[in-house]
Design a protein around this ligand. Structure first.
Ligand SMILES: [Zn+2]
Length: 197
C-alpha cells in the first residue's frame, strides 16, 4: 500500500511526496435476477486534494493553540473602518484592503450567544461529527458577522450563552478543531482532546 500524498513548502516551492491518486480495479455490477447479466462497473477512486489556506492559515494554526482569531479593517479611508470579522476575512469586503488579525478569544468567552441553530439528523459523505449535529450560528459583541459552528454538549437555544473549546491534542488544522459548549460546562465533561481557552 502506498503512502498518501504529503506536501511541504521549501524555497518558495511546493515539495510533494507520495501518491495523490489511487486507482483500484473496477468491480462488475451484475443482475442477480437475470442470470448475473453484466449491468455496469464500480469505479473506486481515492484522491488527495491540496487545500491551501493562504492568509487564513493563522486562524487554523491558532485553533490548535486554543485561540480564536478574527480580523478587522483598519483602513482610515474605509467607510466601515473598525469592523471586526469572524469568520476570519483576509480582506475587508468594503475597501478590499488587507485586514488586521485580531485575537477574539476573550470576546468569545465573555459574549458568545446563539443567534439561531439547526439540528441535522443525517449528514453528508465524509462527515466525522456525531449525529444529530447541532449547528449553531454564534454572535459576538462588537463583531459584525455571525460564525457557523457546532454545539457538542447540551441542547441549543436562541440567546443561550456558549463558550468556545479547542482541539489542542492532535489538532486536525480544520474548522473541526473549534466547538462550543454551554456556559458553565465542567472541563471534565469536554470531548477527548478538547480544552477551554
Ligand atoms: Zn475596509
Amino acid at each position: 500500500m502506498s503512502v498518501f500524498g504529503q506536501v511541504k513548502v521549501k524555497d518558495g516551492k511546493y515539495k510533494i511526496k507520495g501518491d495523490f491518486h489511487h486507482i483500484t480495479p473496477n468491480v462488475p455490477i451484475r443482475n442477480e435476477d437475470e442470470g448475473w447479466r453484466l449491468m455496469g462497473v464500480t469505479n473506486p477512486r481515492d484522491m488527495t486534494y491540496i487545500h491551501m489556506y493562504g492568509g487564513e492559515a493563522v486562524f487554523f494554526e491558532n485553533l490548535g493553540r486554543a485561540r480564536l482569531h478574527g480580523s478587522r479593517c483598519d483602513n482610515p479611508d474605509c467607510e466601515t473602518k473598525g469592523s471586526v470579522y469572524l469568520p476570519f476575512r483576509i480582506h475587508c469586503p468594503d475597501c478590499l484592503s488587507r485586514n488586521t488579525v485580531v485575537d477574539l478569544t476573550d470576546v468569545a468567552r465573555k459574549t458568545a450567544t446563539i443567534h439561531t441553530f439547526m439540528v441535522c439528523e443525517r449528514s453528508g459523505a465524509f462527515n466525522t461529527l456525531d449525529t444529530p449535529i447541532k449547528f449553531i450560528n454564534i454572535e459576538f459583541e462588537g463583531v459584525v458577522t455571525i460564525l457557523m459552528s457546532y454545539l457538542c454538549i447540551g441542547e441549543p437555544k436562541i440567546g443561550m450563552r456558549v463558550t468556545p473549546i479547542f482541539r489542542t491534542v492532535n489538532p486536525t488544522y480544520t474548522i473541526l478543531d473549534l466547538s462550543w459548549v454551554p456556559e458553565g460546562t465542567d472541563e471534565k465533561d469536554l470531548p477527548q482532546g478538547f480544552t477551554f481557552a
